[in-house]
Design a protein around this ligand. Structure first.
Ligand code: PNS
Length: 165
């Protein structure tokens, strides 16, 4: 009998996009359960469009079909949260070389903080490699169509916020 492999996929998720969804679903190639961890606190998350509760709800609705996804909010150090949940794997998506420097620094620092903490970088579907929450926020707030970039659950929230096109 082997132990459950628990991964944590941390981020701001303001809001969760199809790019995040793609990375999270790919994680089941090596994880049994994925905690999608929404970081909050004044120092960790740039002041956001959606509240932390709304972000968690949008993740829950997006993955309504996937019981192995567990959305949670966390405060403080990611390694402390991961440890408290029994997760030793961090999953992060790498869209482009420009993401690498920051991600590499965080991966090394997290392992320094807790030697059991390993970071796995996943390449997204090419279709999602240009996608980011900040662009989705900007396009939606300016009346653009974000249907190709977010789940129906997130689209509903954005439409409530900004109205239909
Ligand atoms: O989606 P983002 O904004 O790129 O996610 C960044 C996040 C939340 C993964 C990062 O800021 C983080 O891990 N914050 C928790 C605080 C922490 O542990 N900081 C030390 C990281 S080495």
């Amino acid at each position: 009998m082997s132990a459950e492999r628990i991964a944590v996929c941390p981020g701001s998720f303001d809001p969760v996009t199809l790019g995040h969804e793609d990375i999270i679903r790919r994680s089941f190639r090596f994880a049994d359960r994925v905690i999608v961890a929404v970081a909050y606190s004044a120092t960790q998350v740039k002041s956001g469009m959606f509240s932390v509760e709304e972000r968690v709800e949008m993740i829950r609705d997006t993955f309504a079909d996937e019981p192995r996804v567990q959305p949670m909010a966390f405060q403080g150090l990611l390694v402390d949260f991961a440890k408290s949940q029994g997760a030793t794997i961090i999953v992060r998506g790498l869209r482009a070389v420009s993401d690498f420097e920051y991600e590499f620094q965080m991966a090394l620092m997290n392992r320094k903080l807790w030697e059991a903490m390993e970071t796995v970088f996943l390449a997204p579907d090419l279709e999602h490699s240009y996608l980011s929450s900040s662009l989705v926020r900007q396009i939606a707030s300016l009346g653009g169509d974000v249907t190709p970039f977010v789940s129906p659950a997130v689209l509903r929230r954005l439409t409530e916020r900004f109205g239909a096109r």
